[in-house]
Write a protein that binds this ligand. Structure first.
Ligand SMILES: [Zn+2]
Ligand SMILES: [Zn+2]
Length: 145
């Protein structure tokens, strides 16, 4: 009788303890993998960007708008001039999106995180697909700050 009582009490105690552990794990997010907390749709429509020093998860549509607003459009010729380079007829840069030449009068977007150049419309089309990195080197298109 006495032993039975102790055993059933132990059982209750263990059951109670188990529930406590389950609750604690659930609270810590360990019970279900964190990935499952976000639907695929959510993660695929958001991008991680550095907002100053802080990483932020923002919707792709917002990132696209930021890129178009913050990445300056310049004429390729004046871009080269500013860099102290001059357009040389037979050494035109090639836009790796459309594989066409980039001429001095063409508009480009001046990327701040790498030195690749693309036609403005080619980069915009790329960005419109939800891409937020350089097509060549995968640097973030958004300026770091
Ligand atoms: Zn192009
Ligand atoms: Zn690049």
């Amino acid at each position: 009788m006495g032993l039975n009582f102790v055993l059933s009490n132990m059982h209750n105690l263990l059951g109670h303890f188990r529930v406590m552990v389950m609750v604690a794990l659930a609270c810590l997010g360990l019970l279900s993998p964190p990935e499952q907390a976000y639907s695929d749709e959510y993660t695929s429509s958001c991008v991680l960007v550095m907002n100053g020093q802080t990483p932020a998860l923002i919707p792709v549509s917002v990132a696209v708008a930021w890129i178009k607003k913050r990445v300056p459009v310049v004429e390729y010729g004046s871009f080269l001039e500013r860099l102290g380079m001059h357009e040389r007829g037979d050494e035109d840069a090639v836009c790796r999106v459309c594989l066409d030449c980039i001429k001095g009068r063409h508009a480009i977007r001046e990327l701040s995180n790498c030195c690749h150049v693309f036609h403005q419309e080619c980069l915009d089309a790329w960005v419109d697909e939800g891409q937020v990195t350089c097509p060549l080197c995968r640097s973030m298109l958004l300026p770091a700050k």
